[in-house]
Design a binder for this molecule. Structure first.
Ligand code: TXA
Ligand code: MG
Length: 348
């Protein structure tokens, strides 16, 4: 039986989390909100507990998970040889949506790191996982979706994917950013951006004084044969509907989106457009629109993206057509997720 606990994400008493804390300590699995997406957690030092996460999600065993800390003192128990620049900037970056890949400490079981000599670590900027991990110690947690599905940003997504597959689901409302953390490989110098996220490259370079390299998979260009991060080789975030991403010059893309839409409509396909408020206004359509957010504030698009991908399926669309965004700031993370979810990318 999965227990669902409703908790206010900011104003809660610690005893409201007692069941979740006890479950983690006893080697069970708990889904919880973070500032990025919902995570599915287990005691990071308990290999049997960690295995349950992989089973519940149907996650390939060679895709390592992120360890979540509740306080800075826990870092040395999971990672070693932490570079100077990480130590010097960590107080300003954590808690926050950035994950560092570091050499792993002995205590971290191979199930967490999928046998790699490195471990991915972050301290989430969300009162619920911070409180949990303070009480239980480091928590290993990937996103709380079935493997391959869009990451959950509300508890309903988690319930739909994982009900009766996990011990506890904490319903703490909607997550703040809606996209998973930025992942940086800090074992390299210069450090390498493996996965763009809510903490932008520009912000990270400013905070660390480092110039980062961008791994090709972060841009999702071509298929990469030897992925640096094992998670990168799997198709992600995919709705059941066929997703088409239209890239290129904005005005040309608008024409192309309409052309594609009308073409599919003629063939009697159920097709929806994933577009911003501004674009919807320009296209002058009222049906078959799923609003992604506001082009002038791409954090709104980040927040709604995974919900929009799930909505395609919930409304039984066969095809979704998405507009694209500039590859800078949080736009880089948005484009990474849409490109990964897309079946095809069309150049306008
Ligand atoms: O925001 C987030 O990061 C969320 C919340 C729950 O914290 N978690 C999350 O976990 O997105 P997951 O498992 O869905 O993504 C973890 C990513 C994967 O791409 C994985 O391959 C990579 O981090 N990763 C984990 N350990 C790694 C390692 N040792 N070396 C390289 N990449 C690693
Ligand atoms: Mg995931």
């Amino acid at each position: 039986m999965t227990k669902i606990i409703k908790v206010d994400p900011v104003n809660f008493r610690k005893d409201e989390l007692k069941i979740a804390i006890d479950t983690l300590i006893d080697g069970g699995t708990v889904a919880f909100p973070t500032e990025t997406v919902y995570g599915l957690g287990a005691d990071a030092f308990n290999s049997r507990a960690v295995k349950k996460i992989f089973e519940a999600k149907g996650r390939p065993l060679d895709n390592p998970i992120i360890v979540h800390l509740g306080e800075f003192d826990q870092l040395d128990s999971v990672a070693k040889h932490i570079p100077r620049w990480v130590k010097d900037s960590i107080d300003t970056l954590w808690p926050g949506p950035v994950t560092f890949v570091l050499p792993k400490a002995k205590k971290v079981p191979n199930e967490v790191t999928a046998g790699l000599p490195t471990v991915a670590v972050r301290m989430p900027a969300h009162p619920i996982p911070l409180t949990l991990a303070k009480e239980t110690g480091p928590i290993g947690a990937p996103s709380a979706n079935l493997s391959g599905r869009p990451s959950p940003t509300i508890a309903e997504h988690v319930i739909r994917d994982l009900y009766e597959r996990v011990d506890v689901i904490i319903d703490g409302g909607e997550t703040f950013f809606g996209l998973e953390s930025t992942v940086i490989d800090a074992t390299e110098d210069p450090p390498v951006l493996l996965r763009p996220g809510p903490m932008t490259l520009e912000e990270l370079e400013e905070a660390t004084g480092k110039k980062f390299k961008i791994h090709p998979v972060a841009l999702v260009h071509e298929k990469v044969n030897t992925p640096k991060s094992p998670g990168m080789k799997y198709r992600h975030y995919a709705p059941r509907a066929k997703l088409i991403l239209v890239e290129g010059d904005y005005d040309k893309a608008l024409d192309r989106i309409l052309e594609l839409y009308n073409g599919y409509r003629t063939k009697r396909k159920k097709v929806a457009l994933l577009v911003t408020k501004e674009t919807a206004g320009k296209l002058n359509l009222s049906n078959d629109i799923i609003i992604l957010g506001d082009r002038r504030n791409l954090y709104t698009v980040a927040k709604n993206l995974f919900k929009a991908l799930r909505e395609l399926d919930e409304r039984n669309y066969e095809i979704g057509i998405s507009e694209s965004f500039e590859l800078k700031g949080v736009g880089l993370a948005i484009m990474n997720r849409i490109r990964k979810a897309a079946d095809s990318i069309v150049k306008a």
